[in-house]
Every structure is written in C-alpha cells, then in structure tokens.
Design a protein around this ligand. Sequence first.
Ligand code: AN7
Length: 359
Amino acid sequence: MTAAPIAPSHLHGVMRRYGRYLPLTDQTPLISLGEGTTPLVRSRGIEQRAGVGALYYKLEMCNPTGSFKDRGMVVAVAKAVESGARALMCASTGNTSASAAAYAAHLGMDAFVVVPDGKIAMGKLAQTVMYGAQILAIDGNFDDALRIAREATDKHNIALVNSVNPHRIAGQKTAAFEIVDDLGEAPDLLCIPVGNAGNITAYWKGFTEYAEYGRATRHPKMMGFQAAGAAPIVQGTPVADPKTVASAIRIGNPASWQSATAARDESGGAIQAVTDDEILEAQRLMAAEDGIFCEPASAASVAGLLKLRRDGLNLQEMTVVCVITGSGLKDPDTAMQTTPRLIHLPADLAAIERALKWG
Ligand code: AN7
C-alpha cells in the first residue's frame, strides 16, 4: 500500500516553498519535518519601549526542533542523501546537533555530533539524546569541536552539516525571503545574534538575491550582535576562551567571519557586543512584555536593539525585524535562575488569599 497524500505540497517545508531558489536537482529528495513558514509577529511592549515605528519578531523558534537551524539542515541533509552519504556529522553548541539528529532520524541515517562537554543547554541535549544521535562530548570548546568535525569528515565518508556547508546557507536564506514576502518589502534594520556567523551570512544572501529577483526594492542594514565575552568580530581577533551565558553563541573563531563582515559593510550595518546582563534583561523583558520566551542567544538581537536606542539611534520611522533564533524551552536552567517567582502554599484558597493579601 502506498502512503496517502499529505497537506498541499506548497505548504510543506522550505524545499517545496522556495525550491526554485535552491540548488536542487531531480535527484534531490524533497524531505521535510515542517520547517520554515514561521510567524512574523508584531511586538507590543518592546516596540514601545524602544520607540520603534514597527518592530517584528521572526519567530524561528517555531521550527520543528525549536531553532532556525532546521531551515538549512533540511537542504544540507537532502543534498547529503543525494550524494550517497549514509551518515552526518557536525560540531555544535546545541541547536545544530538537535537539528542534524532530527533529520538523520527522519531519514534513517547515523548522526555524530561533537559538542563541548557540559556546555550544552539541557533542552538541546535532551532532544539530541531522544533523536538517537551519537554524542561525542569533548573536553574543549565549540571551535575545537568544529576543527575535529572538519578533520573527521575530510578523512571518513561522512557529510559535514555545519554552516561551512553551503547548502546550510542556501536553506537558511529562505527566512529573509519570508520576511520580504510577509512585509511586501525589506525592513530598514535586521537585528540578529552572531555566533559562527552562518545565519547573518544567509540572511544577507537572501535579501540581496530577492532584490535581484525584483521581489524587494531595497535591503536592510544588517545589525549583528555578539555576546561581550565571545565577540571576536567586534574585537577584530579570535577569542581563545569565549565566555557567555548565551551558550549557543559561545564561539571564539567564527567560520563565516569574512562573509559576516561583508554583510555588515555592504549593507551599511554594524556588528556590536551586548553584555550577559543586557542579554538576560532583554530575554526577561521579551517574555514579560511581549509574551515571547526565547533562549538567551536569541535575546541578543533585542538587547542589541535596546542598546542602539540607548545610544541615541532614532527608530521612530523604521521597520525593524529581530530574528528570534531559538526557544526559551531549550535552556530552562538559565530561565529559572533569572525569575523565581514561585510561592509555595498549602492546598487551600484561604492560604492563597492570605499570600496575595486579598483580605
Ligand atoms: C539560538 O548550534 O552554532 O551565527 O552549533 O543556536 O549562524 O552561528 C548555534 C548558533 C544564534 C548563532 N542563536 O547563529 C550551533 C550553533 C541560536 C543559535 C546562533 C546559534 P550563527
């Protein structure tokens, strides 16, 4: 018996929606876990607080594994299958490993993920465990992990699915297409966290290609934000021992450094640093004032926007998009350190009324 047809094909996945802009052939399998077509949500609280004309969140946490990585991973894995690969490998601060492991599971492939031991947020590790990947926890940081993954995939017949793989960038650029399709034009500013710098590279590619295809008449200024303790591009030199609460962007020597600075310069944008305190405050404000709970690395985009405002940039006439790269559920430990507002009580209304001073 053959499988029944599923949802209308154009609604299902980035390869079907944007295939004509992707490096697909007749041999590329059109796989999907339902990635892409994520919501562009208007802010209420932060928009007012930062005095922005219109502020939108591109909610990449709504992808199937809870981060933007799925958009590029689906294309990288499809191309790996097309080339005959049976196994995938990546280095990761957590989200890439979760995504690679999910698509590998979907296709019955083996996944090997190299991660810094003890530095991966709990939700990401839990996902990767459940998807059944082989987790190689090394005594080193992300930059060490990427070096090892490159060496391993050079030597053995395994596909490398980090963003140094151009198919990852090709898939991720579709997020920029969606923003333009939703707004009818490119925004004035795009605020985005920067770690290994693949995503800022992909968005810039997406915005410039869409303008070339006549889908937009302009492009945004690309505003990238690194954590202050892991800000090699801002400082202009690699950071040997990167440190930040935003473990996703704890990266000292980004692989896509050159293309990130090109995106910055060609767009007239900037790449700046935000402190851990600014990141955690932005994460809390977004949750409390906009109802959006993202992981710390994602909040770097909003921390950056608030910093631009404090530094005197007038945003009143601007349309701004902040890329919300990953879900807050990825990192419950950090969240519970930030806002513990539990009141422990016996199980009766009178005790609750007393605690809330309801007379
Ligand atoms: C939530 O998973 O590098 O600048 O190995 O997980 O494209 O690296 C994750 C990066 C931003 C930075 N937000 O994006 C990995 C990894 C979140 C992330 C970034 C990451 P890039």
